[in-house]
Design a protein around this ligand. Structure first.
Ligand SMILES: [Zn+2]
Length: 133
């Protein structure tokens, strides 16, 4: 793999979550691998949006962001379940995001650091600048 394997539209997990956070309710498509060990290797495709408040109950003190998750409204479930129980979480295994007409391949910050810098210390993600090690 060379640097040319990356496209201008390629982004890291942090940037993908920023795009979702700033999507202002626009519908987007995403893919991410399940974290549930029973579904290991399985990829979930989702048509989703943020900024939906309908039937959102029992929010409590759980802040998805603290767990590296994003709570979204699953559009396919909304159609099927008539807007009941349609909130799902996108996890940090996000690997694809189509938003505002642009397709992005998403790479984990730590993967990018390893790829570009190897096993050096005190390195920031080349895409979002978050310190990884
Ligand atoms: Zn990053």
């Amino acid at each position: 793999m060379t640097n040319q394997a990356f496209k201008d539209t390629d982004i890291c997990t942090t940037q993908a979550f920023e795009k979702i956070d700033n999507s202002k309710g626009k519908i987007f498509r995403t893919k991410f691998e399940y974290k549930d060990p029973k579904k290991k290797g399985k990829v979930r495709t989702m048509l989703a949006r943020t900024n939906v408040r309908k039937n959102l109950k029992g929010k409590g003190s759980f802040d998805p962001k603290e767990y590296g998750l994003r709570r979204v409204y699953d559009m396919a479930l909304a159609r099927k379940n008539k807007d009941e129980n349609c909130y799902r979480h996108i996890n940090s295994n996000i690997e694809y995001l189509k938003i505002r007409g642009t397709e992005h391949n998403v790479f984990k910050c730590s993967t990018l650091v390893n790829y570009f810098y190897g096993e050096t210390e005190n390195i920031k993600c080349p895409m979002c600048n978050t310190k990884i090690k």
